[in-house]
Design a protein around this ligand. Structure first.
Ligand code: PRE
Length: 104
């Protein structure tokens, strides 16, 4: 059937679905922020250790292993592996900046 009544129903259903998706997105964004906060606590501790023991801020071999692992995880999670790689690279660049600040 068609008519104005029906299209209003469809619009209401779409609005309800949109609201549900946005609630899930907000919940997942909160998980991302808390997870990143937790990750940065560990990397800050690593930065202090590296500074105390005069270790270089970046560890390319460790990064290569992380990228390989994340690529597999991304494939299993249906996430674009290239995006996962860029995202990890973005975070690691920020971590290295923090490590460099610990050094001085
Ligand atoms: O594991 C380390 O050595 C870190 O300093 C942490 C970290 C990361 O954020 O995961 C950051 C910089 C390194 O190049 C590799 C990994």
């Amino acid at each position: 059937m068609s008519g104005p009544g029906n299209s209003t129903d469809a619009a209401e259903r779409a609005a309800a679905l949109l609201k549900e998706h946005r609630e899930s997105i907000d919940r997942l964004d909160a998980i991302l922020v808390y997870t990143l906060g937790e990750r940065f606590k560990h990397t800050q501790a690593v930065g202090r250790l590296k500074a105390e023991h005069d270790l270089p801020p970046a560890d390319p071999a460790r990064e290569a292993a992380q990228i390989a692992r994340l690529t597999e995880l991304a494939e299993a999670a249906d996430l674009d592996p290239e995006f996962a790689k860029k995202f990890l690279g973005f975070i690691i660049r920020e971590v290295i900046k923090h490590h460099e600040m610990h050094k001085s």
